[in-house]
Design a protein around this ligand. Structure first.
Ligand SMILES: *Cc1c(COP(=O)(O)O)cnc(C)c1O
Length: 394
């Protein structure tokens, strides 16, 4: 394969060279356990403390409010199951139909265990209705709201500031899955007063296998991982120091470059979007164009299958995805696209392009050269088209 154009950055990103360099000493001579009594471990504890301070500065919180985890899936599970365990069956849980499976599945498990769990619907651009949230919170005693900051499939950004206001008004605890906004748009937990927030290293140029949960001081939840007293008793298990140091470095890089990068990504993404619309007929853009992550483009190519598109582009070195990586492997259309009520002729043909700081205009132009013939060929093979009878679709 000659060339790789990696447009699947909402699934995972390349580790930044600066991040890898920052991690190396901790994969070498600095291997002590930060919890050890001796000075050899103690010097590592100092680096761990520094990483915690840097990450806290990134979120504008205090270092004691950061709990390092193994991934955002763990962070999401900790926030939701830990809060439900603390409050017991009195907890009402309100989430949305378009959350990542790392939020939806624990919520559905709690529902199976007898909790009152509600999934808010979304409209055709993937937005929630804040009045629905208010209605669900009226009269609740212990409510937990888990609403993502931005959607991984469509890039739709939720009005999380208003969600936070409503949660305050009704005394509800608010968790947000902020995996897709970290490094793309500013995240400040003083400006947006969430109680818990999940992030994942590998979605913004740190390695896979490290994440964090921000837990506002005073937030009440039971620990998910039980064992040693690491992370002030909130998450047992020896800290993954090299990766935590890498995560802190990724935060530092993101903080210094975010504004320029967001501008650059918007230009590239819009070039891709405009090119696709100009070159391919029967296409629709999924998501909220007025509130969208700068790097994400979700497109439905009507009458064909997203899997087939991704497969043929893969042969040309172009990496994209259908739905989320976590849902691929099944041929069911994405729960996010379905929740938005995208018409049947378009649901199966949805694909996601997600860019990063390492993409170039050349990458975009390469895709704009290779994609249209792929779409034409698949359409020629498709039994469906604008003239076919919609009632024959199954
Ligand atoms: C990738 C992703 C996750 C899961 O993160 P991991 O660190 O891979 O567990 C959770 N939520 C969203 C929105 C994601 O995009």
């Amino acid at each position: 394969m000659e060339r790789i154009v990696y447009f699947d950055n909402n699934a995972t990103t390349r580790v930044a060279p600066e991040v890898r360099d920052a991690m190396m000493p901790f994969l070498g001579e600095l291997y002590g356990n930060p919890s050890s009594m001796h000075a050899f471990g103690g010097q590592v504890a100092k680096h761990l403390a520094k990483a915690r301070e840097d990450v806290a500065a990134f979120l504008n919180c205090s270092p004691e409010e950061i709990v390092f985890t193994s991934c955002a899936t763990e962070s999401d599970n900790t926030a939701i199951r830990g809060t439900a365990e603390y409050f017991g069956h009195d907890t009402k849980i309100v989430t949305t139909a378009v959350e990542h499976p790392a939020v939806l599945q624990p919520c559905r498990r709690l529902k199976a265990l007898g909790h009152n769990v509600v999934e808010l619907p979304v409209d055709h651009v993937g937005q929630i209705d804040l009045d629905n949230l208010r209605d669900e919170l009226k009269g609740t005693k212990n409510a937990l709201v888990s609403v993502m900051w931005a959607n991984n499939e469509t890039g739709t950004v939720f009005p999380i500031e208003q969600v936070a206001e409503i949660c305050r008004e009704y005394g509800a605890v608010l968790h947000t899955d902020a995996v897709q906004v970290a490094g793309k748009i500013p995240v400040d937990v003083k400006k947006v007063p969430v109680d818990m927030l999940s992030m994942s290293g590998h979605k913004f140029h740190a390695p896979k296998g490290v994440g964090l949960l921000y837990v506002r001081k005073g937030a009440r939840l039971k620990p998910f991982m039980l064992g040693g007293h690491q992370e002030s008793g909130r998450r047992a298990g020896t800290e993954n120091v090299p990766y935590i140091v890498g995560l802190a470095k990724a935060c530092e890089l993101a903080a210094s470059a975010m504004r320029d990068e967001a501008e650059k990504l918007t230009v590239l993404r819009d070039r891709l979007e405009a090119g696709i619309l100009a070159k391919c007929p029967n296409v629709r853009i999924n998501g909220d164009k007025n509130h969208r992550l700068p790097n994400t483009l979700n497109v439905s190519f009507e009458y064909i299958e997203g899997e087939a598109i991704a497969y043929h582009l893969s042969d040309l070195g172009i990496c994209i995805s259908t739905g989320s990586a976590c849902a691929s492997g099944s041929l069911d259309p994405s729960h996010v696209i379905r929740a938005m009520g995208v018409p049947f002729i378009a649901v199966h043909g949805s694909v996601r392009f997600s860019l990063s700081r390492y993409n170039t205009e050349d990458d975009v132009d390469y895709v704009l050269e290779k994609l249209p013939p792929v779409i034409r060929n698949l359409r020629d093979l498709s039994p469906f088209g604008p003239d076919s009878d919609p009632t024959t679709f199954k």
